[in-house]
Write a protein that binds this ligand. Structure first.
Ligand SMILES: Nc1ncnc2c1ncn2[C@@H]1O[C@H](COP(=O)(O)OP(=O)(O)OP(=O)(O)O)[C@@H](O)[C@H]1O
Length: 242
């Protein structure tokens, strides 16, 4: 059974249908990258999987449970699925360690000592063991994003959703964040990522989804999509972003 099963999902904002019947299954341990032009619905799809947006039609199952948009189910969902955004969203008045501890203590009710031990382990995992007491404004953008990854990992999610997590970074800081994601992929973490990093998508992901105008336009292994695009829309997209 797939870890994430998206079936015939439709979503509209007012008169505009942004997702027009999306079908996508993500298996445990699979790394799936979503690519596509601005406005094709990539972020909206990820936000639907995390329950940040409700869907108008279709179904989303995570680990066998139907996504139901009420408070109790959303809390359970967020324990299963972590999300990392373009903006790091760290609390500026809290240290890196406290940022990683907070959601564990608030959402999972983890005791402080345990949350701190987990925060130390997760900061070490993203290469920031020595930054436990540093505040966000003392960290580079790449380091802040790695703290955000540590925070998501501390919740021990079954899958991580990543929405253009390197887009707000200076080019020289992109590699350190992608290196962390690469390690997570190698360790077997299930990842569903929207990315503009085509080289990363080619090297790391198992399957690529090309979204176009609210639909899955092409899907397959990276070598297939990047080297043998079947549709003019994907050829044109790759021509502009290759
Ligand atoms: N909350 C909202 N209210 C109204 N329209 C929205 C909302 N969120 C997204 N949209 C619209 O839905 C469409 C798809 O947006 P979405 O952000 O999912 O695209 P995207 O493929 O992720 O684009 P980008 O690469 O620029 O992030 C766009 O036309 C956008 O303007």
């Amino acid at each position: 059974m797939s870890l994430i099963a998206i079936t015939e999902v439709r979503k509209r904002f007012g008169a505009v249908e942004v997702l027009k019947g999306i079908n996508l299954d993500v298996d445990r341990g699979e790394v799936v990258c979503i690519i596509g032009r601005s406005g094709s619905g990539k972020s909206t799809l990820l936000r639907c999987v995390n329950g940040l947006e409700t869907i108008d039609d279709g179904s989303i199952m995570v680990a066998g449970a139907q996504l139901v948009p009420d408070a109790i189910h959303l809390k359970a969902l967020r324990l299963k699925v972590g999300m990392i955004f373009q903006q790091f969203n760290l609390f500026p008045h809290l240290s890196a360690g406290a940022n990683v501890m907070l959601s564990q203590m608030v959402v999972k009710k983890t005791p402080k000592q345990e949350a701190e031990a987990m925060a130390r382990r997760m900061l070490e995992r993203v290469g920031l063991a020595e930054k436990f007491h540093a505040y966000p404004d003392q960290l580079s953008g790449g380091q802040q994003q790695r703290v955000a990854i540590a925070r998501a990992l501390a919740m021990q999610p079954l899958a991580l959703l990543c929405d253009e997590i390197t887009s707000a970074l200076d080019p020289e800081l992109v590699a350190e964040v992608l290196a962390v994601v690469r390690e997570l992929a190698a360790e077997g973490m299930t990842l569903l990522m929207v990315t503009h990093e085509m080289r990363f998508a080619r090297e790391v992901c198992d399957r690529v989804v090309f979204m176009h105008q609210g639909r899955v336009h092409e899907i397959g292994p990276p070598a297939e999509l990047f080297d043998h695009p079947r549709t003019p829309e994907l050829r044109q997209f790759l021509g502009a972003h290759g």
